[in-house]
Design a protein around this ligand. Sequence first.
Ligand SMILES: *Cc1c(COP(=O)(O)O)cnc(C)c1O
Length: 367
Amino acid sequence: MPVPLLDLTRQYQSLKIEIDAAVARVLAHSKFIMGPEVAAFEKEVSEKLGVAHAMGVASGSDALILALRAVGVGPGDEVIVPTFSFFATAGSVTHVGATPVFCDISKDDYNIDAALIEQKVTKKTKVIMPVHLFGQMPDMDKLRAVADAHHLAIVEDAAQAIGASYKGMTAGRWGKAGCFSFFPSKNLGAAGDGGMIISDDPGVADNVRMLRAHGAKPKYYHGIIGYNSRLDTIQAAILSVKLKHLDTWNEQRRAHADVYDKELAGVGDLILPKRTANAYHIYNQYTIATDRRDGLTAHLKGLGIGMEVYYPLPLHAQQCFAGLPGAGTHLPVAEKAAVSVVSIPIFPDLTQAEQAAVIDGIKAFFK
Ligand SMILES: *Cc1c(COP(=O)(O)O)cnc(C)c1O
């Protein structure tokens, strides 16, 4: 049985009436930019997450750029980022004129290794940007201790982690600002691009609101140079419909993870994703690792089972960063992960039969 890595049509079919009505409502009033649905969705998110401010922006990548600018990062500054992440984590740092400093990860959760951060801190370091990779937060107590000891701000790349938490406190609220993505494959996905910044700091929130509208305050008066980066009204209307289901979807992903954990334990040399103590994992991805990764992916491809390697090349090894100081250094845990991980289907609507086919396919390879 072929199994897609992700099938978004099922989610749309299950919410079609509500989503179609939401889109029709926006078309009818035609307030496409910063229409009432944007403020409504921002309010829903801030209430749900218990955060003072939520600002919709055009994408998760823009959320990172605007958040860094809003907390005062600019040319000459350094931002410590995990080297094992989606490109935008580091690209955003470069876009604000600062320098990304790459840190290795923990082999347990693939997140930034807090024990290695201290040796990366210089006089120029301004921010630590953890990524809650695959939907799981790292040990935030350790991370915060390092940040506090060196008076560094935390800006969270929580693009994959809306609804995740650590010790009961939501992803995105642990630092000065938290960034979400509504890219369609994220746990809360729009019908296109979208993103959000949350913050409890009114100054940061003010800055973001200016930056997303070209730095204007009031309109047509520009104290700073900003961007055109708003969350579309149509996207906000769709996201409001979906937000009500986020907790259920996250629980469904966790239930699928429980099945994989049980069924794939001890199969071949597989390393299954570990659960960090005190972290509520929302499994944007279920990522396994094996020394026979390329054989396994070829085998699954032959069976029509969807999978994807997140990520095949760590950020410090990307060609575009070859000019950075520290280029050419080795970050062994991330380099090992890049050649051994593969993510398998875990979307909420995955059926029991499909999941069984994925499990059987993997077991057959290691027989
Ligand atoms: C998806 C993602 C982003 C970027 O989000 P977009 O909405 O696609 O711009 C940034 N960081 C991480 C870790 C991501 O997974």
